[in-house]
Design a protein around this ligand. Structure first.
Ligand code: AMP
Length: 210
């Protein structure tokens, strides 16, 4: 299964990708998580990416293409993968295709902007391992602490309300056209966001037939 998860920032791509990863025993490749790790470690890619990320803009395509081409060569990707947050633009999708990166299905999680803005205000992220929680819908076992690695959870800088609005604009302008791109190839499937994580997973499983 070579799957792309599409959807606005905060649609639940990361959460659903983790669930599907465990279910299918294939890795999730999240460019957002890879970039946040690079920023934290102060690598050349991280230094370049930080200014774009902080203002809710997209990191240049050539940076992303380099990251993804290298990651997908790792042996754990041989049986399939879930791409979370990439491609984000038509040129990224075209470059991936030109690099021989195969895709079976692009699954779009559909959700309106208002719900996203409400949801993002409750998101808490682990700065150490990238795990994501929500104060109301997906709280950690111990308040403010990551279930996976025990680090203290933070509000991501780019989850601030004004940055969320900028990210949504970027999504509609740059990323949403990918739906038509994959639709033309007969690869697009859509699923409506549901009130709970479990119901959205169930809707995705039904749509994918897994
Ligand atoms: P995410 O965690 O997927 O919401 O990504 C956080 C931020 O990382 C985005 O707002 C972008 O600045 C950057 N980013 C992640 N993936 C990509 C991508 N495929 N193309 C460009 N920028 C990206």
């Amino acid at each position: 299964m070579k799957l792309i998860l599409l959807g606005a920032p905060g649609a639940g791509k990361g959460t659903q990708a983790d669930i599907l990863s465990r279910m299918l025993s294939i890795p999730t490749i999240s460019t957002g998580n890879i970039l946040r790790a690079a920023v934290k470690n102060g690598t050349p890619v991280g230094l370049k990416a930080k200014e774009y990320m902080d203002r809710g803009a997209l990191v240049p395509d050539e940076v992303i293409i380099g990251i993804i081409a290298e990651r997908l060569q790792q042996p754990d990707c041989a049986e399939g993968y879930i791409l979370d947050g990439v491609p984000r633009t038509i040129p990224q999708a075209e470059a991936m295709a030109a690099n021989g990166i195969a895709i079976d299905t692009a699954l779009s999680i559909e959700i309106d902007d208002e719900t996203i803005i409400q949801r993002m205000s409750g998101r808490r992220t682990c700065p150490n391992c990238g795990a994501s929680f929500h104060v109301a819908s997906n709280p950690p076992k111990q308040e403010g602490i990551c279930d996976a690695c025990g680090s203290e959870l933070v509000v991501r800088k780019d989850d601030a309300p004004e940055t969320v609005k900028a990210r949504l604009e970027t999504y509609h302008r740059e990323t949403e056209p990918l739906k038509a791109y994959y639709e033309k190839q007969g690869k697009l499937k859509t699923v409506a966001n549901q009130p709970t994580i479990e119901e959205t997973t169930a809707a995705i499983r039904k749509t994918l037939g897994i």
